[in-house]
Design a protein around this ligand. Sequence first.
Ligand code: ATP
Ligand code: MG
Length: 392
Amino acid sequence: MERLILIKYGELTTKKENRKMFIKLLANNIKSLLSDYNFNMVYDRVRMYITCDDEDIDSIASKLSKIFGIHSVVICHKTNNDTNEIKEKISEILKKETFKTFKVETKRADKRFEISSMDFNNVIGGHVLRNFDCKVDVHNPDLRIHIEIRPEGTFIYLNEIAGSGGYPVGVQGKGLLMLSGGIDSPVAGYLALKRGIDIDCLYFEAPPHTSVEAKNKVIKLADIINEYSGNIKVHVVPFTKIQEEIYKNCPSDYNITIMRRMMYRIAEKYAKKIKAHAIINGESVGQVASQTLTSMYVINSVTNMPVIRPVACMDKLEIIDISNKIGTYETSILPFEDCCTIFLPRHPVINPNLDKCIKYENSFDYESLIDETINNIEVVSNLKGEDFSSIL
Ligand code: ATP
Ligand code: MG
């Protein structure tokens, strides 16, 4: 009899009124994630089943464990609701396992099945004891044998693979992630995806002061977090002119503050253009001069759009932990320059003054420069199409 994958939904099951939409979105996300495979999917409001070629089952299960909106992924064996068939299947499964103690956990969702869950635990427990050299341990068994008797058949499995939790990507609409080549912003993107926000990335480059390697590094980072989405594009902002104007017209200690105000202005305008409803970034309170609360206040005051900062209150080590877990760390620490670092003044202002910012900014026509810049944004939608050989 066949093996198949059973998916148990995550947090979405608590939101009754949205449930249908959540599940449909999850199903669509899974379909696009698995587009390279041959598979079949059926689902209802409680769970989802995927059948596929047996040799693909492990790699599909591991891909699924990354997608948001899933509580757990289970590779299970299906039989008919027949005691003898179930016993046979369990013997076959247990032959491949080493264990000294076990516990049977039956759930009988099909009440037409004549034996109660408790009694069935005993029936199967007795069968296992007779055929294998082992004991029952109900508290801390080496092996849990899960049996679910449902109208559509009996599902037998041993282990659950933990899913990534969260909400299906897209359930919260779209956000625009300011993605630099650092450690923090890819982590911020991952955390936003986990809350169900569909993200697109905005990267500010300043050629020739920043290199094509720096840009490819950012695209590579986007590609890594795209494993949790499948839908990410990178929008590359040609930021050189604006930066040079700032450099020419504003006092150096205000360069970074004003540069970041320009970034926010562009992010907000562009977000509206691509129908995103929030800006997301990797700012973390206190990390650098532009991330003191006064700086954040002065910088943030150019926009009314929600700015989500998923790592705002995390320690750097906590951020690095997540970055390692999601696989972005090694790429993030590659040594390529960011447009911020190139123009970094020796003494950036830590407590900027809003009126001064406005005065300095009015010394050049930034609004038309912003419009021109937005018109020249380049969209990279095929992340895998990039050649990363130069950075690896
Ligand atoms: P990161 O590690 O993410 O680069 P950081 O600690 O270096 O963060 P900053 O360089 O001050 O901090 O940037 C703060 C945030 O601003 C970044 O996390 C990112 O969201 C955004 N940002 C900075 N530089 C760029 C850029 N060139 N393009 C897009 N976003 C940027
Ligand atoms: Mg940075």
